[in-house]
Write a protein that binds this ligand. Sequence first.
Ligand code: AMP
Ligand code: MG
Length: 286
Amino acid sequence: MRKADPELDAYAARHLLSPGEAPKLARRDPADIFPHVSHADAREAAEAAVAELDRLQYLLFADRGRSLLIVLQGLDAAGKDGTIRHVFSGMNPQGVRVAAFKQPTPEEAAHDFLWRAHRVAPARGEVVIFNRSHYEDVLVVRVHDLVPEPVWRTRYDAINAFEAGLAANGTRILKFFLHISPEEQLARFAARLEDPARRWKISESDYTERLLWDRYLEAYEDALWRTGTEAAPWYVIPSDHKWYRNLAVAQIIAAALREMDLSVPPVTVDLDDIRQRYHAAKARQK
Ligand code: AMP
Ligand code: MG
């Protein structure tokens, strides 16, 4: 068993939503940066966490026994893309995939809502990041009345069963709700408007969805409350400060990977025999 690392696990403990606990989002400060006082003070810890993730992902890939699924949810401009860019920057692309959940294609819409999630779930050894996820089917779908309430209400149980099945098959699941304030969202929209390199991200729907803020939060409150489980816990990440969001997410993932006690697989060849072959090859080369 690994020794608990109190510093790494402090972020997990602070932001974990315990199974059955109501999130009470209005009472959580999206600008929380505890225990830091500034970005400068956290820079070293953030770099160390990303490097640590790189090392642990290599072990997960080599181990090939288990996998990691990261679910990222949040309102527009909450920082899903930015989190992916920063937190996973050190990982070997060979073992990492991002799956983006857009409006369902006709083929996806013709199946049950979990079909497209299951298809892109991680294989053993892989890290998969869901940029939005099957949770859209109890969030945007609920807010816009895309299916009747009795239909989306049954989906919490379906999601829990799906995630429990993945977990039983060796997938560690970590779900992050990136929590921003409406003021910060508007500031980010403005920044996009002013930055030619980021204008492409703007859409009219950003502003129409923003009007539905309270309905989205209500949908998130229920979803997080109903689907926070031991097998697939939710973390509510204060995300008004991008640097804090990146640090907290990186530390929580690193702590979870450490807990998995990963190791490089045992050697399956006879090393003495291989050494002799090497020396013979070297002698022939001369
Ligand atoms: P983005 O993440 O900004 O690229 O936008 C993707 C859009 O697809 C968002 O507006 C999502 O709410 C929407 N979306 C994702 N999944 C679904 C779904 N199951 N039903 C309807 N809209 C969805
Ligand atoms: Mg968007």
